[in-house]
Design a protein around this ligand. Structure first.
Ligand code: PLP
Ligand code: COI
Length: 360
């Protein structure tokens, strides 16, 4: 099957420069969208076709669209950063393209070729380049996603899908900026089990997490920490972020058990930390380890990491039975050093030693 080329149908009614600048001055996260989107269709027997870059617009949908009923849908998240010379680059889009394929396999969906995934992101960024924020931590967040577009109520893999990329200027994910977050250890709810969909970036995982997120909020916490679904004691990840535990100059992240998302920031930090001289490992940590090692002072810092959240310190921990301040409750030195190293790389302020940046 041939790979379609993306046909351009530009918007005749983009936002004015003044309207766009007002949004870019304070973009928040996921609240505003650029003027265009890329759409590519997939049909059984025909493959990928009708690739278009079109004005951002609502979709019209049949009430019996299969996604609305059975949630055969996946998504990705990656960012484009303005570089010091004014050009724009994305961070590890090949890794997002490959994870999108892995999610598609798990959800019985067609795999989009990685080149087409990257080309679609590039085409949208080039068209809506004026939406890439200028500096600092702000970036243009890309949200590629795919869903069943067939109409019908039979429970089986759909024979038609739609892939779309939209883009949204992004400031800090947490309104407080780099303030430490408080976390709730969820014992009533589980996110995923081995053999389930936890390692796929599929909407249902997020829908299932919301009641636990609401429970965390009712206990005054910002985020949920998911524990393993069998013993309810092994730390897995957060709602939209992976976790790292800092033991002096050794950092440890929960190993990929099949039920947590293989984060690209998580993976990058294993390398970045080693480049900075730290020991970086994957391991297994229980809630008891967390509490005890914090009390005896060996666990010096904990932080969350992800595309949207970058690196965010964890300042306090709560569960039905316990409540403690992580370290001194303030952003830790290692956390902030890794955060700076990651952002410096993404924004082109340090050399790209691993070939992770994709210039447009
Ligand atoms: N875990 C979950 C559940 C997520 O949704 C995300 C965000 O994508 C992550 C972890 C972090 O992954 P990444 O670093 O690839 O953004
Ligand atoms: C991301 O970091 O890209 C995420 O998907 C996290 C969240 C917004 C779902």
């Amino acid at each position: 099957m041939t790979t379609p080329t993306i046909e351009l149908k530009p918007s005749s009614n983009p936002l004015s420069d003044a309207e766009r600048e007002a949004i870019l001055a304070s973009p928040g996260f996921g609240r505003h969208f650029t003027d265009h989107m890329v759409t590519i269709k997939w049909t059984e027997g025909r493959g990928w076709h009708d690739a278009e870059l079109v004005p951002y617009a609502p979709l019209s949908m049949d009430p019996a669209n299969m996604t609305l009923h059975y949630a055969q849908t996946i998504f990705e998240g990656l960012k484009a950063y303005k570089q010091p010379d004014g050009t724009v680059a994305t961070f590890r889009p090949q890794a997002n393209a490959e994870r999108f394929q892995a999610s598609a396999r798990r959800m019985a969906m067609p795999e989009l070729p990685a080149e087409l995934f990257i080309e679609a992101c590039d085409a949208l960024i080039k068209q809506d380049r004026a939406w890439v924020p200028d500096s600092g931590e702000a970036s243009l967040y890309l949200r590629p996603f795919m869903f069943a577009s067939e109409v019908g109520l039979g429970v089986r893999p759909a024979n038609e899908f739609l892939f779309i990329v939209i883009a949204s200027p992004a400031g800090a994910y947490f309104p407080g900026g780099v303030q430490p977050v408080s976390v709730w250890l969820s014992e009533d709810y589980v996110r995923a089990v081995k053999g389930g969909t936890g390692a796929a970036k599929t909407g249902g995982n997020y829908a299932a997490s919301l009641v636990a997120q609401a429970q965390a909020a009712s206990h005054g916490c910002d985020q949920v920490v998911w524990l393993d679904a069998v013993e309810h004691r092994w730390i897995e990840e957060m709602g939209g972020m992976n976790l790292y535990f800092v033991y002096g100059d050794r950092i440890v992240t929960p190993e990929l058990t099949g039920s947590l998302l293989p984060g690209i920031t998580r993976d990058s930090l294993l390398t970045i930390a080693r480049d900075l001289g730290y020991t970086a490992e994957e391991g297994r940590i229980t809630t008891e380890d967390w509490k005890r090692d914090n009390e005896n002072g060996t666990l010096t810092e904990v932080f969350a990491c992800g595309t949207a959240a970058v690196i965010t310190p964890v300042g306090s921990v709560k569960s039905e039975r316990a409540n403690w301040t992580q370290g001194d409750g303030l952003p830790g030195e290692v956390t902030m050093k890794l955060r700076k190293a990651l952002l410096d790389l993404q924004t082109g302020h340090t050399a790209d030693a691993h070939g992770w940046m994709h210039p447009l």
